[in-house]
Write a protein that binds this ligand. Structure first.
Ligand code: NAI
Length: 699
């Protein structure tokens, strides 16, 4: 093991009586077995070398360490475990300083937390992201971090799972010093000074936990019991931090281990890990190689400053990309931009954005009423009313003014991208960029490729998605694309169920029990029932002869009930409250509709609602995969968990289908197709998987 041995995952060299242990395991210095072994071997050498006074542990290459190698999760633990490596560093007889740059995440922060001192350069980001994978930090993170920064702050770091940049890491006390100049030299100098000053071996395990009053934990539980919606890991993290405060260190470590194993082996953690990989996989496009040249995007334009256009403009401004927004008139523009400003101001008022940042972002958003002002933008996104004629007209105008090479995108949620592209002389430059509402908040970006969309346009837009902090997923051009196409399948079943005997509150309860934050009826009220009314009017043209079509939702809208905006939809609402209240008036409309259709209402079980709604979703997913409208089953899971509130703990509809088994889903659909709704006829792909025992994940 030496600096010359480039393949060694850990190297050791000595500078001026300070040992420098470098983790060198590309791409992210994951704490896999070879790295752990290498660190212990290096420490063993240093321990017995009287020519060495102290140790610096650093990361070679891109970062300090991205954390544990979560692909080792399934394997039996190989010693030394990360816990043992951490203990060795903490008990080491000479001062150990961790020198961090770029990422120090998960296990890549737990090791530094076991060192006697932590320094970093300005590029550092620290995080314990385990909660996002459905587990608790498992190598002492929940026991040591509270000892370093107090329970309250530790809860903030551990429960968010988010990265904290250098300044915040210093303010929180996670690191002792931010060093300037070359990090390794500065860390060596720091270690030398500690030795010269006779600094203590500051063992974190011996420190007391501050800020650990009972209210701190009570408050965290109260918040997370609501927010986590059935996820185990956040509450387990709170239990662990509380254990750090109440138990001796070794007992706390044993407690953390127990909860780690419980979480790791749970179905929901498997689902969360699936989604973690699925999101990364979604960024890859099969026929667009990674090295496809991308078009530069240094400026943007948005047409329409309504609900979506304003939010999309904010996405660009938030990422530092100047954006020009076009509206039909000066008044409409002023109103649209005022809404954007109010939106930012609300975030500032909540303390989540600095006034300076708001000002900077607003200064990146310009207004226009003349198409000529958009011409120099690298990309333009159209977000006007959902009307084909209007969109085609606008694309014709954009074609006339946009510079050659500009990307012409539409935020349509259902319309045919190819038809829109045909309104231009450059269909290869046209693509769908389907954002979700509120566009500045929701992470999903469903990018829709048209028949002629150029590969470099796809590559550029997928890359742009990441730049503006979205999770981009590429889908094909079909009615509703992937997300809304599937959504309409289960809402249609929900409407049928209402017509056959169910009530809105019963349907929503099945969704809440499954882990959704809201059921489809309450969602309809929130989004506005008049919006889906128009969509249905258009969809009705695609009906096959004799196919049943639900009318109950139309009857509700026709009674003037448009949802929350009219204080009445599937539910009634009281002034100043968004709480959906069951309404006998709605029940009456629903029962009258059943009578109108000649349907004798019957008792509907929760199981029927569950199977007809969720399996309809899976069935449509199977058709989408068969048609190649989604690249892979896991992309559908990413879309549904990030755009439609499908419970993360269930991993998405297609992962869930694999968990319950294609055969079960097939059999239940076949049953309901026969007994209640021919629309539930199982898809050929589902039938094939059921017959062969296959899984969506393996397609
Ligand atoms: P909206 O009605 O809030 O905003 C549309 C805006 O476009 C209005 O401000 C209007 O003045 C402006 N506009 C109309 N004609 C124009 C023209 N010729 N030139 C410039 N501006 C014009 O509509 P929203 O909800 O923002 O929807 C916009 C698009 O986004 C639609 O295609 C919709 O299907 C899609 N979408 C909507 C979602 C939602 O949840 N609201 C979600 C995803 C996509």
């Amino acid at each position: 093991m030496s600096a010359a041995d480039s393949a060694a995952p850990v190297t050791l060299d000595v500078r001026d009586r300070i040992a420098v242990i470098t983790i060198d395991s590309p791409p992210v210095n994951a704490m896999g077995h070879a790295v752990r072994l290498g660190i212990v071997e290096a420490l063993d050498k240093v321990a017995s070398d009287s020519g060495i006074d102290a140790v610096v542990i650093r990361g070679g290459g891109r970062c300090f360490s991205g954390g544990a190698d979560i692909r080792e999760f399934g394997a039996p633990p190989a010693e030394p475990t990360l816990r043992q490596v951490c203990a060795r560093a903490e008990e080491f007889p000479k001062i150990v300083v961790a020198a961090l740059h770029s990422t120090a995440f998960g296990g890549g922060l737990e090791l530094p937390l076991s060192c006697h001192y932590r320094v970093a350069d300005a590029t550092v980001q620290v995080a314990l992201p385990e909660v996002k994978l459905g587990i608790v930090p498992g190598s002492g993170g929940t026991q040591r971090l509270p000892r370093v920064i107090g329970a309250k702050r530790a809860l903030k770091v551990i429960l968010s799972g988010d990265p904290f940049p250098a300044r915040d890491a210093l303010d929180l006390g996670v690191i002792d010093a931010l060093l300037e100049g070359g990090l390794t030299d500065a860390a060596v100098a720091y270690a030398k000074k500690l030795v010269a000053d006779g600094a203590a071996l500051r063992k974190v395990r011996d420190l007391a936990v501050s800020d650990a009053e009972p209210e701190v934990f009570a408050e965290a539980r109260k918040t997370w019991e609501k927010r986590s919606r059935g996820l185990l890991a956040p509450l387990a993290c709170i239990d662990c931090v509380e254990a750090a405060a109440k138990m001796p260190f070794d007992e706390g470590m044993a407690f953390e281990r127990k909860l780690f194993v419980q979480c790791r082996d749970s179905d929901q953690s498997k689902a969360q890990r699936h989604l973690f990989f699925a999101e990364r996989e979604a960024a890859k496009v099969k026929d667009v190689p990674r090295d496809t040249p991308k078009r530069p995007i240094n400026s943007a334009a948005v047409v329409g400053c309504g609900t979506m256009g304003g939010g999309i403009a904010m996405c660009f401004a938030n990422a530092g990309i100047p954006v020009t927004v076009l509206e039909t008139s000066a008044d409409a523009l002023t109103a649209g931009l005022a809404k954007v400003e109010r939106n930012y101001a609300a975030t500032v008022a909540k303390g989540r954005l600095a006034q300076d940042d708001m000002d900077r972002r607003l200064s990146l958003i310009a207004g226009a009423t003349d198409y000529a002002d958009l011409g120099t933008a690298d990309i333009v996104i159209e977000a006007v009313f959902e009307e084909m004629g209007l969109k085609k007209d606008i694309f014709g105008r954009l074609d006339a003014v946009m510079k050659p090479g500009a990307i012409l995108a539409t935020n349509t949620s259902t319309l045919d991208i190819d038809e829109i592209a045909a309104a231009t002389k450059r269909p290869a430059d046209v693509i769908g960029t389907h954002f979700f509402s509120p566009a500045n908040v929701m992470k999903l970006m469903e990018n829709v490729r048209g028949k002629e969309t150029a590969r470099d346009v796809i590559a550029t837009v997928m890359d742009l998605g990441k730049r503006i902090d979205k999770i981009p997923v590429l889908v094909g051009n079909c009615d509703g694309f992937v997300g809304n196409r599937m959504y309409h399948r289960y809402t249609r079943q929900a409407y049928f169920l209402l017509e056959e005997g169910a009530l809105p509150q019963q349907i929503d309860k099945v969704f809440l029990d499954f882990g959704f934050a809201m059921g489809p009826m309450a969602v309809g009220d929130l989004a506005g029932l008049d919006v889906s009314y128009l969509v249905r009017k258009r969809q009705v043209q695609f009906l096959k002869p004799g196919e049943r079509w639900p009318v109950v939702a139309d009857r509700v809208v026709e009674a003037g009930r448009k949802g929350q905006k009219t204080m009445a939809g599937w539910y009634r609402y009281e002034e100043g409250s968004r709480k959906p209240l069951p309404d006998p008036e709605v029940q009456k409309i629903i029962e009258e509709t059943s009578a109108e259709l000649g349907i004798e209402r019957r008792a509907i079980t929760d199981q029927e609602i569950h199977e007809r709604c969720f399996y309809a979703l899976i069935n449509e997913g199977a058709k989408i995969l068969d048609e190649g409208m989604a690249q892979r089953a896991s992309d559908i899971d990413v879309i549904w968990t990030n755009g439609y509130g499908f419970p993360v703990a269930k991993g998405g509809p297609m992962f869930h289908a694999d968990q319950v088994g294609a055969r079960h889903v097939y059999e239940r659909l076949a049953h309901w197709a026969e007994a209640a709704s021919p629309a539930l006829e199982p898809a050929p792909l589902l039938e094939k998987l059921a017959r062969t025992g296959g899984r969506f994940a393996d397609l």
